[in-house]
Design a protein around this ligand. Structure first.
Ligand SMILES: Nc1ncnc2c1ncn2[C@@H]1O[C@H](COP(=O)(O)OP(=O)(O)OP(=O)(O)O)[C@@H](O)[C@H]1O
Ligand SMILES: [Mg+2]
Length: 274
């Protein structure tokens, strides 16, 4: 019933890990989830053991829609298990950025593809690439919320700053219903001063928008990804599983409406970053 982009303009910040394991936690809680792999790296698809590029994938359906035919995402859905399905990516998605440029209604293609599926799932998550190109813009236009995972370090904070400018632009010009659901600190270690400082700074800039649940650094999360499965299947007693379970619970409570605090100004970021 609602669509969430997992995005931030910074590579390796935990987007895919969060998409996979938040979705798995929600599925275990009885929710029906669809994941869309919008990153040409296809890490989300690989995280669920989809190694071979399927004949139908996000690119094939985008391509049809771009060329005036009707693309159908349901043709590309791979069921991982009941309640959890994936629309896999393709390396050709890298070229879609360029192909989209000349297309009519280019920012809305993914929204058009997702629309018929929205009522069939409790949540649709879109795992975005780290660059703000047309794929990420398409994801934001298709979404009700954006969730931003980031490690508690200085450079990702810069990524937030840059991303927020694009987010505001998309909200103003293309999709005024999109809401910043919040920030999730990943690879978090409360013994690291930098992690704590970044958490504090973000909380000051975006009141109520930093999830209380942070995801601790946990090697099992990386191993699960390598093994092509989620953390609950791989090691349900790990810190990673505990943290993503808590995150899923907080996610559900935060989704209740009525929180629309103003997005902070660039000045406040400048002050913080300089
Ligand atoms: N909490 C964590 N503890 C330990 N390792 C983690 C944690 N979260 C993510 N990782 C590892 O860090 C790496 C990057 O994570 P991930 O792929 O989720 O980032 P990403 O933001 O999706 O990257 P990209 O921008 O390339 O798509 C992966 O190897 C992942 O297994
Ligand atoms: Mg990723």
């Amino acid at each position: 019933m609602c669509t969430i982009s997992i995005a931030i303009q910074k590579g390796g910040s935990g987007k895919t890990t969060t998409t996979v394991n938040l979705a798995a936690a929600l599925q275990r809680m009885g929710k029906n989830i669809l994941l869309i792999d919008a990153d040409p790296q296809a890490n989300l698809s690989q995280s669920f053991g989809i190694e071979e590029e399927p004949v139908n994938n996000l690119y094939t359906e985008l391509k049809k829609e771009m060329s005036g035919e009707d693309g159908e995402l349901r043709n590309a859905i791979v069921e991982i298990r009941p309640g959890l399905s994936v629309v896999p990516s393709s390396i050709e998605l890298a070229g879609a950025e360029m192909e989209l440029v000349g297309v009519y209604s280019r920012e809305h293609i993914l929204r058009i593809l997702i629309e018929p599926l929205v009522s069939k799932y409790d949540f649709i998550f879109i795992d975005c690439p780290h660059a703000i190109g047309l794929l990420t813009v398409n994801a934001l236009v298709a979404s009700d919320h954006v969730l931003m995972p980031l490690p508690g370090e200085f450079l990702p904070l810069k990524g937030v700053h840059s991303f927020m400018r694009h987010f505001e632009m998309v909200k103003k010009k293309l999709n005024n219903r999109i809401n910043l659901l919040g920030f999730v600190l990943t690879r978090f270690d409360e013994r690291k001063l930098m992690n704590l400082r970044v958490r504090e700074a973000l909380s000051e800039l975006h009141e109520n928008k930093v999830f209380n649940t942070s995801i601790r650094s946990n090697i099992q999360l990386a191993k699960a990804q390598e093994a092509g499965t989620d953390i609950f299947q791989f090691d349900k007693h790990s810190h990673g599983a505990q943290d993503y379970q808590l995150l899923a619970e907080e996610f559900l409570t935060r989704l209740t409406p009525s929180q629309a605090p103003p997005v902070e100004t660039n000045d406040q970021y400048e002050k913080l970053l300089n």
